[in-house]
Design a protein around this ligand. Structure first.
Ligand SMILES: Nc1ncnc2c1ncn2[C@@H]1O[C@H](COP(=O)(O)OP(=O)(O)OP(=O)(O)O)[C@@H](O)[C@H]1O
Ligand SMILES: [Mg+2]
Length: 348
């Protein structure tokens, strides 16, 4: 049995990161854990997917989850994804209370006498599934965007990770900068900082994804403005296309932030779709009450700093003017919500 195989786009550059991932999943290495850490759009998922592909090629069985912010409140959503390729035969040897607890958590069975199983039974069953499967084939347990894993799945994974010893189970995690998950504290993974892509990698990325072959000068501009961020570079490439600017024109105006580049795309959507996206976009990231509290404090501090700093200049490249101001004109944004500020002007 093998995990779901999806075509993975080619990864450009990243030689040292790919070597570390190859080492993690190598057949002669039993356990181990790697965390891919880096900014939004920098290329963590691209590497994470490459790691899964290497794992499969090295004969490992892959259990993977890519949680989304909108699913962080769904009980065991991550565990369900991780166990998607786990069949009834993998559960057959579990003691009955564990098997039934896991089957209920995975929404494969009704709760016995209507009572929800306890988290301990579920986590223990998951641990024993990992042990049983790893006895037949080395495993990789992989979670992208770790902060969006629902808390019950985090607990089950952390419980299992704490108890795995010599079993051939490797962990591959990815997340943006922020506070570590309890799972990381247990695994103490090798941390790979995913940084800027170099010019050659960005050139190949633009060529393969957009069939774009910019002049040296324009490529330099894209590298400088994107600071090696893959997603941003792709958006800049699309902006060049949309603007109909000849790819050799070095004087063209490029959006100066990824929000500006993406905002220009949002503006191009039909109004209904745009309004819907703008309504849901600010709610993407789940946060605990504590995080909300910290964020509120942070907002207050930033508001005070902004008031002291005076009006803020909004770069207008590719973005329609914000309400009450012309593009590039100083406007005050204090008082608007974070989401509203980020998506300013796009909803019109
Ligand atoms: N080294 C690379 N080679 C080829 N394509 C890449 C590379 N790095 C990133 N990309 C592409 O750039 C885009 C953004 O990368 P990716 O989704 O991996 O970023 P990310 O760090 O996971 O962002 P987020 O934090 O938002 O999840 C994707 O389309 C991805 O396939
Ligand atoms: Mg990602």
């Amino acid at each position: 049995m093998q995990g779901r195989v999806e075509p993975t786009p080619e990864v450009f550059g990243r030689d040292s990161e790919l070597a570390a991932l190859r080492g993690l999943v190598a057949a002669d290495r039993r356990a181990g854990a790697v965390l891919l850490a880096g900014a939004a759009g920098i290329g963590k998922t691209a590497l994470w997917e490459a790691g899964l592909e290497m794992a499969r090629a090295a004969g490992r069985f892959v259990l993977a989850a890519r949680p989304a912010g909108t699913e962080a409140g769904m009980a065991f959503a991550g565990l369900i994804d991780l166990c998607d390729p786990v069949g009834p035969e993998d559960l057959a040897d579990l003691p009955a209370p564990q098997r039934s607890a896991l089957e209920v958590a995975l929404l494969r069975a009704e709760p016995l006498r209507g009572a929800a199983p306890g988290p301990h039974a579920i986590a223990l069953a998951f641990l024993n599934v990992l042990r049983g499967m790893a006895a037949g084939q080395p495993l990789v347990v992989a979670v992208d965007d770790l902060p969006w894993l629902d808390p019950l799945s985090v607990s089950a994974l952390t419980f299992a990770a704490r108890r795995l010893r010599d079993e051939p189970v490797a962990f591959l995690l990815a997340r943006r900068p922020g506070s570590p998950s309890p799972l990381e504290l247990v695994l103490a993974p090798e941390r790979l900082e995913v940084g800027a892509l170099d010019t050659n990698a960005l050139r190949r990325l633009l060529a393969s994804r957009l069939a774009m072959f910019p002049s040296r000068v324009l490529l330099r501009r894209i590298v400088d403005v994107s600071q090696g961020n893959a997603l941003f570079a792709l958006e800049l490439g699309r902006s060049v296309r949309r603007g109909g600017v000849p790819a050799g024109n070095p004087d063209m105006i490029l959006p100066t932030s990824v929000e500006d580049a993406l905002g220009a795309r949002a503006v191009a959507l039909i109004p209904g779709v745009r309004r819907l996206l703008l309504a849901v976009a600010p709610h993407q990231r789940p946060h605990s009450r504590n995080a909300r509290g910290r964020r509120r404090t942070g907002h207050r501090r930033r508001r005070v700093r902004r008031r002291r700093a005076g009006p803020r200049r909004i770069q207008g490249a590719g973005i329609p003017s914000p309400p009450g101001g012309r593009s590039g004109e100083p406007v005050r944004t204090a008082g608007a919500s974070r989401g509203a500020r980020r998506y300013r002007g796009c909803g019109r």
